[in-house]
Every structure is written in structure tokens, then in C-alpha cells.
Write a protein that binds this ligand. Structure first.
Ligand SMILES: NC(=O)c1ccc[n+]([C@@H]2O[C@H](COP(=O)([O-])OP(=O)(O)OC[C@H]3O[C@@H](n4cnc5c(N)ncnc54)[C@H](O)[C@@H]3O)[C@@H](O)[C@H]2O)c1
Ligand SMILES: [Zn+2]
Ligand SMILES: [Zn+2]
Length: 441
């Protein structure tokens, strides 16, 4: 039994988090549940706050990716009882408003006086304490908890914690980009979200999936799941992908000079110390046969049908990755996506960014090649993931053995290691890809 206080991760200010004692959560409403957490993850979204790039107040308890066991339920909770194993959606939603009933629990109209949508431990997302703690109060528990089989710490623990946000988010990114089986897909960003977007695209039968980043450990994971890694520091990733998509088999037709140059670059590249021949074979597998079946005119479609921004407003400038360029990925994707193709922006953009470098960016205003986007007749999907609508189906894929999203988990840590993990994860250093905190001693 615990006392009146518990440990939690508290935002103190830019680049500063501490593990502090805070009051235990209590049932405040009959529809609440209290969950004792067994795993709780750190998200790329937490780093926006850590970097001082949101309006988060010092003192905020962070975290929104909780997995645990029900400790107590309010009188009006009917679906759960003490001892049930549950994962909690990062969205907090009521279940009965105009948006919730249509499945958009990400834009609930009743839980946050400021905007549509609420979440645990996040700037602007309502007065809810975060989940990087020993225990969590979950409002509207019948909706926001999802029941799980097994017991804490079993073979699914690392997979199930990813159901709170990142696996549904990766899957939702493919919906924003209107993925269909057989589609060609480019994902920018090989963080947890980008990796699970690529994984979800492959699970749904995408023909070829490219993933762009520059962090070697993350590009290795891209290759492990059967997607095609593209290192943007080698050269323009759009030209690299188009060169691969244009490679012809059994034809004497010469490639255009720019693409020929790119193919040479690719042929000689060895980003992860692997044999270049093997690398290039993996990268081009299956593709020449697709090109061989094109009809005249279809060469105008040598980009991808689905492009996904899994980076957001803190995108790196390709010419100098030590700097940010918020529009870098959107610019690249608008060039790469085919006419009538689809752009999914799952990476976060914000309307308040106090840490931005210019007056427009501080208000979330950016210059984009909108004319090109319009001429191509591209659809654009954006926004937060409505986790609940997806979570149970992905849970059953994990239980059924079709999906094992925990391949992204790089670190499992205790509370004592949290400040260092934030520092390292913020640098995306030393293989830090997905960190899971184990809150119980
Ligand atoms: N829409 C939602 O509901 C939702 C949910 C969770 C996370 N997110 C957002 O998704 C984004 C990614 O999250 P994550 O946890 O994977 O974060 P992350 O920061 O670990 O991953 C981002 C990756 O993008 C790479 N990158 C940076 N600039 C790039 C560029 N120009 N081209 C290609 N790659 C580039 C980085 O090297 C990094 O590996 C964040 O913005 C996060 O806030 C959105
Ligand atoms: Zn998250
Ligand atoms: Zn609602």
C-alpha cells in the first residue's frame, strides 16, 4: 500500500524535468477510475514541452501513455473493477458530445474549456495531471480505458503500452494519407510515430514504403521491418526516392541524367556499415517489375501516392541538421506526392510556439508551396489521433500475433533515470528511440 504521496515527472522549465512527490490522485467524479501504472512512456510530443516550445506551465506533471491495473473505480463506472488490466487513451473524452459520438474523441467538446480536445499532462489540453507517475486519475473511465488480457509484466507489456498513443497514431497517419493496399508510401521521420506508420502501412499491404531520417539506429529499424531507409544527409530525399521508383528492368532506355546521378549515389552509399550490394538489392526489391508495367504517361506518377509527415514543426533543415526549418518536410512531400495523391500530417504543428525564431512561426504561420499542392489535386489530412476508435482493433492484432509494435522500444527505465533519459531522448542520441518508465519499485 502507498501513502498520501506518489512520485511523478514534473516539468520545471525548458530542458528541465524533475521527479517529485505529488499528492495521490483521488476519485473526483463518480465516472473516474484510479489506475496503478505498470508502464508509462515518454513521447516525442513531450519533447515539444521539454524544449520550451509550448505554453506548458512549470509544475505540469507530464505523460500521456499509460498502462496499468485498476485500483479503484467511482460509483458510476460500469465496465471496470479493481484488478482489471487496462491501457488508457492519451485523449480524454466524454463519449457523448457531437464529436465523440462520431468517433473524434480527439476533439471532445466537453472536457477542455480552451479548445476542442483534452489529454493527460499536455499544454493547452485541459487541467489533467499527466501519466508519468505511479498512479493516474482517468476521467470517463468507461470510455478512456480499454480492457486487456494477461498480467502486468507479461510478454505483451511493451506492446500494450504503445496502444495508448503511438501505435494508433502510426496507424491513423496511414488513414490521414488515405492508404490503400498496393500504394507507394513515403514517411518522413523514423521516430516512434514514423516507424509505426511504416509498420502499419506494410501491415495493410502497401507495395513500397520509404522512410526518411538521418539517425543511423532509426534507419536500421526501418530496414528491419522491410521498409526502405533514405538518409536525407546523403542528398535530396525526393530525388533519392524518385530514382529508386524510376529504376527500370530489362530496358535499354537510359535514365534521365539527374536520376542516373542519384542511382550512382545510392549504389555507393553505405549508411549503416552494411554491404552496399545487399543494401541496394533490398532497396530496389520488386520495384523494376512495377515500373515495367507502366503505360505511356504513367511516368508522371513516379512519386508516391501517400506521403506522411511524422516529424512536425521541429523538422530539421536538411542543409544544416543542427537547425530547424518547420516547412522542410512539407516542402519535400508536396514535391514528392503524385497528382491526386494524399498528404497526411501526423507530426504536430502548433498555433503558439513561444520558442520559435520569427514572429510568424511564433503564431504557427508558415510559407508553403500551396499552388503546387492545389495543382496536383492533393488531399491533406491533419490532426490528433482519435485513439479509441482504433485501439481495440490494434490490441487484437497484438494478441493475435499479427503485430508486435514493441520493436521500437529502446529503453526501459526507473524514475531515477528519467531526467537523463529526457536529455538523451531530446538529442535522439545513443539509440534512444522509445523510452518506457517502470513506475513501480
Ligand atoms: N497527431 C498526433 O496525435 C500525434 C501523436 C503522437 C505524436 N505526434 C507527433 O508526431 C511527431 C513525431 O513523434 P515521435 O515520437 O516519432 O518523435 P521524434 O522526435 O522521436 O521523431 C521525429 C524524427 O524526425 C526526424 N527528422 C527531423 N527532421 C527531419 C527531416 N527534415 N526529414 C526527415 N526526418 C526528420 C528526426 O531525426 C526524428 O528521428 C511529433 O511531432 C509528435 O509530437 C502526433
Ligand atoms: Zn504520445
Ligand atoms: Zn466528447
Amino acid at each position: 500500500m502507498w501513502g498520501e504521496v506518489m512520485r511523478a515527472v514534473v516539468y520545471k522549465g525548458p530542458k528541465d524535468v524533475a521527479v517529485e512527490e505529488v499528492d495521490d490522485p483521488k476519485i473526483e467524479n463518480p465516472r473516474d477510475a484510479i489506475i496503478k501504472l505498470t508502464s508509462t512512456a515518454i513521447c516525442g510530443s513531450d519533447l515539444h514541452m521539454y524544449d520550451g516550445r509550448t505554453v506548458a506551465e512549470p509544475g505540469t506533471v507530464l505523460g500521456h501513455e499509460p498502462l496499468g491495473v485498476v485500483e479503484e473505480v467511482g460509483d458510476a463506472v460500469t465496465s471496470f473493477k479493481k484488478g482489471d488490466r487496462v491501457v488508457v487513451t492519451f485523449n480524454i473524452a466524454c463519449g457523448h458530445c457531437f464529436n465523440c459520438v462520431r468517433g473524434f474523441t480527439s476533439a471532445c467538446l466537453t472536457v477542455n474549456p480552451e479548445i476542442a480536445g483534452g489529454a493527460f499532462g499536455y499544454a493547452k489540453m485541459g487541467p489533467y495531471r499527466g501519466a508519468q507517475a505511479e498512479m493516474l486519475r482517468v476521467p470517463f473511465a468507461d470510455l478512456n480505458c480499454t480492457k486487456l488480457p494477461g498480467t502486468a509484466g507479461d510478454k505483451w507489456e511493451d506492446d500494450f503500452v504503445l496502444l495508448a498513443d503511438i501505435f494508433p497514431t502510426g496507424y491513423y497517419a496511414t488513414k490521414l494519407a488515405m492508404l490503400q493496399p498496393g500504394a507507394s508510401v513515403a514517411v518522413f521521420g523514423a521516430g516512434p510515430v514514423g516507424l509505426l506508420t511504416a509498420y502499419s502501412a506494410l501491415l495493410q499491404g502497401a507495395a513500397q514504403v520509404f522512410v526518411v531520417d538521418y539517425i543511423p539506429e532509426r534507419l536500421d529499424l526501418v530496414k528491419d521491418i522491410g521498409a526502405i531507409p533514405i538518409d536525407f544527409t546523403k542528398s535530396d530525399p525526393v530525388a533519392q526516392i524518385k530514382a529508386i521508383l524510376s529504376e527500370k528492368e530489362g530496358t535499354s532506355e537510359p535514365m534521365p541524367p539527374e536520376e542516373q546521378k542519384m542511382a550512382t549515389v545510392l549504389g555507393s552509399m553505405d549508411p549503416s556499415g552494411n554491404d552496399p550490394v545487399t543494401e541496394i538489392e533490398i532497396m530496389r526489391a520488386g520495384n523494376p517489375a512495377i515500373i515495367g508495367s507502366w503505360l505511356p504517361g504513367e511516368e508522371k506518377m513516379k512519386g508516391v501516392m501517400c506521403g506522411i509527415d511524422a516529424v512536425g514543426y521541429q523538422a530539421r533543415d536538411r542543409n544544416d541538421p543542427s537547425k530547424e526549418k518547420p516547412t522542410q518536410v512539407l516542402d519535400d512531400l508536396i514535391r514528392l506526392i503524385n497528382p491526386t495523391g494524399h498528404l497526411g500530417v501526423i507530426g504536430v504543428f502548433m498555433s503558439n510556439d513561444p520558442g520559435a525564431s520569427d514572429e510568424h512561426a511564433k503564431k504557427g504561420e508558415y510559407m508553403l508551396p500551396f499552388g503546387q499542392l492545389w495543382e496536383k489535386g492533393m488531399s491533406v489530412g491533419t490532426g490528433q489521433t482519435p485513439v479509441k476508435a482504433i485501439q481495440e482493433m490494434l490490441r487484437d492484432m497484438i494478441i493475435g500475433g499479427q503485430a508486435k509494435p514493441s520493436f521500437i522500444v529502446s529503453h526501459r527505465i526507473s524514475f531515477d533515470e528519467v531526467p537523463e533519459a529526457y536529455r538523451e531522448f531530446d538529442q535522439r542520441a545513443n539509440g534512444y528511440t522509445k523510452v518506457i518508465i517502470k513506475p513501480q519499485k
